[in-house]
Design a protein around this ligand. Structure first.
Ligand code: EPU
Length: 344
């Protein structure tokens, strides 16, 4: 384990923000976590866990120990007639694991192809796309529990997975995810319910074709972070009560919406931002993407302050037009490496 000082993190966050970390360490095996935490304690530093950097907002200077998780490995733990159980290191690239699973004829994750980031981050915000959320295929999550100072396994039912949420968001400083144990299907059950996916897949009802169509749809509207630095959907789709929804549809009957199981209604943030005139609009170096208004892009050397100016302007205009408060998806960190609440 080698701790480096004054490390540039620009290439380690997909929004490409210019960020200097006072202390940085890359961890390749779980045993090094204990060593890294002891170092942070001795130096009186907070700890910031860095995964794929695709869902976080960092200030220009961070005085903390940034722990970059790079634990690799894919191991089959067991199988029965219906399922296979696979343990995957937190540092494995998510999309590569999805492609690998399809090659092995393990089914379930195909709708989640091309989501940026690493496997270890997938349970944190319960990544989801095209009608599937990763929590459906997680059996348990292996963690280091900083409160109890021990390694532990959290069963999926205790992870409290919901829309872009889990226990790991409730207790962000407590758990360091070491690996994720997936239970995948041996017989394909293709989920084609979302939007135009069924039409795109057509008659070729194979998992590989489903995966390819998801990749194609994503590439056609979501910007490649290498070309247009971004963190995916910047805002969550707001969830309204039935009463709030009824009120808004009187004025805006075309609002795209998805009824939820508990009688609330999810509405499309991308549509709200688009209707508020922000699709393809910029404020300084930061703007909302011209093909998908939900994605915020760093067009040239933006800092966190530039990002905040833009997203707060978007929040204010959506609030003014629709009375809805948009909530950012990425996690915001302070200069001391602590998670902060977003303020508009
Ligand atoms: N829309 C517009 N204008 C826009 C963007 C969207 O009018 O600029 C409308 C669309 O026409 C559609 C509706 O809004 O009627 C929803 O748009 P879309 O189907 O593109 O999906 P989304 O709700 O914007 C969500 C996830 C994505 C995920 C897709 C596909 C959230 C916040 N976003 O986007 O997740 O890939 O569905 O399942 O839930 C991510 O989290 O980073 C992410 C990309």
């Amino acid at each position: 384990m080698q701790v480096k000082q004054q490390v540039q993190l620009q290439h380690l966050n997909t929004l490409n923000l210019d960020v200097i970390a006072s202390h940085y360490v890359q961890i390749n095996q779980s045993s090094e976590i204990v060593e890294a935490l002891a170092f942070a304690e001795q130096e009186h530093l907070n700890v910031l866990i860095l995964s794929g950097g695709s869902n976080l907002l960092l200030p220009q200077h961070i005085r903390a120990l940034v722990i970059h998780l790079n634990i690799q490995g894919i191991t089959v733990l067991g199988e029965d007639d219906q399922t296979v159980t696979v343990k995957v290191g937190a540092g494995q690239v998510w999309h590569d694991f999805v492609l690998y699973s399809t090659k092995q004829n393990w089914f379930g994750l195909q709708n989640l192809a091309l989501i940026p980031g690493l496997v270890g981050a997938s349970p944190v915000q319960n990544i989801g796309a095209y009608g599937v959320e990763v929590g459906e295929f997680i059996e348990s999550v292996q963690v280091y529990d900083r409160e109890l100072k021990q390694f532990d396994t959290i069963a999926a039912c205790d992870c409290h997975f919901s829309y872009r949420h889990s226990i790991f968001k409730d207790y962000p400083q407590r758990y360091i995810i070491v690996s994720v144990i997936f239970r995948l299907l041996k017989h394909a059950e293709l989920k084609l319910s979302y939007g135009d996916l069924k039409q795109a897949v057509g008659d070729e009802l194979t998992a590989e074709n489903l995966q390819n169509q998801v990749i194609h749809i994503r590439q056609s509207k979501l910007p490649d972070p290498k070309e247009f630095p971004n963190v995916g959907s910047f805002f969550k789709n707001p969830i309204l009560t039935q009463v709030e929804f009824d009120k808004i549809t009187q004025q805006f009957p075309n609002i795209p919406h998805y009824p939820q199981s508990n009688s609330s209604v999810k509405v499309a943030a991308g549509w709200l931002i688009d209707q508020a005139g922000w699709k393809g609009k910029r404020l300084g170096p930061v703007g909302m993407f011209h093909k998908q208004a939900l994605v915020l892009v760093n067009y040239s050397d933006a800092t966190l302050v530039d990002v905040q100016h833009t997203y707060q302007a978007v929040q204010n205009e959506v609030k003014h037009k629709f009375g809805i408060q948009l909530e950012p998806e990425p996690v915001l960190y302070s200069e001391h490496g602590l998670i902060q609440s977003h303020q508009s």
